[in-house]
Design a protein around this ligand. Structure first.
Ligand SMILES: [Zn+2]
Length: 319
């Protein structure tokens, strides 16, 4: 089978997935579209983003157009290709799905033989685009979740026009009945496919009032808390009622402030991404993920009573 991920849609929002890697086929655990969406929205790209920034710095040392490259510039180009290979190999070890799909995207973006210094221009821009693809999609996904949580209608004409149409490769398999399987070779198209199904399912996206993370309630019943393990093997749903007073008091402050700050920080990063008018306040990718990790830890420690509200807010709200 061709490399990439194969997905079959099952009843009740479940999916079955087979990942085809360099070394064979891996059956991934059965999951639901909603769980997979929430999981990807929270993936930590901090170290990955640092390497992507390094790649950008290396790429800046290669002139455009790449005529008569000096030995130093050819070395920079080789370093760019080697570092990308290391990055993808490490990602494959840490996250088989994202790693494999980034490799297949790179294979599609950079056909064999186009890596000679003469095509350095094209190669470096395609390569930088491909390695930042998972993070770009994560930003878009978080923005969609944010709007869904606030009940804002998704702006498919402008803000999310990328979601309006998706070309997918569908395989029809004739057995006792006709079944369909979808094939993807990039992280963004796979998650985009799931996100489109997620949106039309019209799920209720809620912010857990204990841990402050997004969740989709499994039933129609009113609920404020999620089923993640929060402390000592107990879930938010189990511990929150006993902490109701503390949680009520902090709800308007740390948890909501974290959510607002995340949005603000994301805007500061995306302005820099557009490169139209980056200001001093704009963030690089890795600065954004560094902040996110620090702020998430501060929020969690605050909820567990390990940090004061003041301390937590001073970490979450950076100038
Ligand atoms: Zn929770």
């Amino acid at each position: 089978m061709d490399k990439g991920i194969y997905v079959s849609l099952l009843p009740k929002g479940k999916i079955k997935r087979t990942l085809t890697t360099e070394s064979g086929e891996v059956e991934l655990p059965e999951t639901t579209i909603a769980d997979e969406i929430i999981l990807f929205s929270e993936l930590d790209f901090e170290h990955y983003a640092q390497v992507v920034e390094l790649l950008n710095t290396i790429a800046d040392a290669i002139p455009s157009p790449p005529k008569n490259l000096t030995q130093e510039e050819i070395n920079a180009y080789d370093l760019l290709l080697d570092t990308t290979e290391d990055l993808v190999t490490t990602l494959e070890q840490e996250d088989l799905l994202c790693g494999t799909m980034t490799r297949t995207l790179l294979e599609d973006a950079l056909p064999p033989g186009c890596t000679s210094p003469a095509s350095a221009d094209q190669t470096k821009s395609m390569l930088l685009r491909a390695v930042s693809d998972p993070m770009r999609f994560q930003f878009l996904l978080n923005s969609v979740l944010y709007d869904m949580k606030d009940g804002i209608a998704l702006d498919l004409d402008k803000k999310y026009c990328a979601l309006k149409e998706l070309v997918v490769s569908q395989h029809l398999i004739l057995g006792d009945e006709l079944t369909a399987r979808y094939h993807f070779r990039s992280v963004a198209t796979y998650y985009c496919f799931l996100l489109l199904h997620f949106i039309v399912m019209k799920p209720r996206v809620l912010l857990c009032q204990c841990c402050g993370r997004y969740f989709i309630p499994k039933t129609k019943k009113e609920t404020l808390y999620c089923d993640r393990i929060f402390i000592r093997n107990r879930t938010c749903k189990q511990v929150a009622p006993g902490m109701k007073h503390q949680i009520e008091a902090m709800r308007q402050t740390v948890i909501d402030e974290f959510d607002r700050a995340k949005r603000r920080m994301y805007n500061r990063y995306s302005r820099a991404l557009d490169k139209k008018a980056p200001s001093e306040k704009d963030l690089t990718l890795s600065e954004y993920y560094e902040w996110l990790n620090r702020a998430t830890a501060a929020r969690d420690q605050f909820v567990k009573g390990e940090l004061s509200q003041e301390e937590a807010l001073s970490i979450i709200n950076v100038p």
